[in-house]
Design a protein around this ligand. Structure first.
Ligand SMILES: Nc1ncnc2c1ncn2[C@@H]1O[C@H](COP(=O)(O)OP(=O)(O)OP(=O)(O)O)[C@@H](O)[C@H]1O
Ligand SMILES: CC(C)(CO)[C@@H](O)C(=O)NCCC(=O)O
Ligand SMILES: [K+]
Length: 236
């Protein structure tokens, strides 16, 4: 059984991976005797991660930190400075590459930030974008203007706004949708028979997924990437 840990800027997420399945992990009551290894990825700072790694060491369990490399099996990273790419983005790419072989993908992780990464059917990462997440888009406007206000009960909708909270929330949503549309242009899906698999993850992934026909939402995308990273980096 593997303990998989994904440390973001806002939260730490962990799952237990056993028999090709993810089970929720209770961090206050981990089944250490059954855990064979700890695999983790970290873009943020975390005292909780330090505590978990210390506990693993006490139980003599090997810990592996996922890193970005120029290539991994048939997958290649677009960044010149590969260590600058967020590991969560690399893991989403690894998951897309492994789960959708020979298929062009757009990986969208919509949390605190929204990241969009473009992957060709040959496994080449073409690059991507980092946008403020939907909440950051709206809060940066309410905090830096006098008259732009939000409203808890206003949903994000792909429509024109006819009041301030609508204008604000819908603006954030369509900006994000527009960025995903721009990503498609880099894969030449217009005027061609090529298809692209758009995969959404993260807190706002399910909402965004509804905006793109044929797209999928996978709440475990980064965790799956972490699990594949460990398998693939063992054999490369
Ligand atoms: N149903 C939902 N469950 C969790 N978060 C949601 C949901 N709907 C919207 N959100 C928003 O998604 C964001 C959390 O996203 P996510 O869980 O992907 O973490 P994250 O922001 O990526 O954190 P980190 O950067 O720490 O990984 C928050 O802004 C939250 O308001
Ligand atoms: C963009 C975030 C914060 C998303 O979690 C993370 O992937 C990160 O810290 N990235 C580093 C910068 C980059 O990916 O170019
Ligand atoms: K994240």
């Amino acid at each position: 059984m593997r303990l998989l840990i994904d440390v973001g800027n806002t939260s730490l997420k962990a799952v237990l991976w056993h028999n090709q399945q993810a089970q929720p992990a209770d961090l206050n009551n981990l089944p250490w005797p059954q855990i064979t290894e700890v695999v983790y990825a970290c873009v943020g700072r975390s005292d909780l991660l330090k505590k978990l790694l210390a506990q693993a060491a006490k139980h003599h369990i090997a810990c592996y930190e996922a890193t970005v490399t120029k290539t991994l099996q048939g997958l290649s990273c677009a960044y010149e400075q590969v260590s600058n790419l967020g590991i969560d983005r690399w893991l989403a790419l690894i998951a897309g590459f492994t789960l959708h072989p020979n298929q062009a993908c757009i990986l969208v992780d919509a949390g605190t930030a929204t990241t969009i990464d473009v992957l060709t059917s040959e496994g080449q990462h073409l690059g991507g974008w980092i946008l403020p997440g939907l909440d950051l888009m709206t809060s940066s406007l309410t905090q830096n203007t006098q008259r732009v206000f939000d409203d808890e009960k206003t949903p994000f909708e792909n429509q024109l706004g006819k009041n301030t909270p609508n204008g604000l929330k819908n603006g954030a949503l369509v900006a994000t949708i527009g960025a995903v549309e721009q990503a498609k242009l880099h894969l030449g899906v217009q005027n061609s028979t090529k298809t692209v698999q758009i995969v959404f993850a993260g807190g706002y992934g399910a909402l965004l997924q509804q905006q793109f026909e044929g797209s999928i939402f996978d709440s475990l995308l980064v965790m799956k990437g972490l699990n594949f990273w460990r398998d693939l980096s063992k054999t490369s």
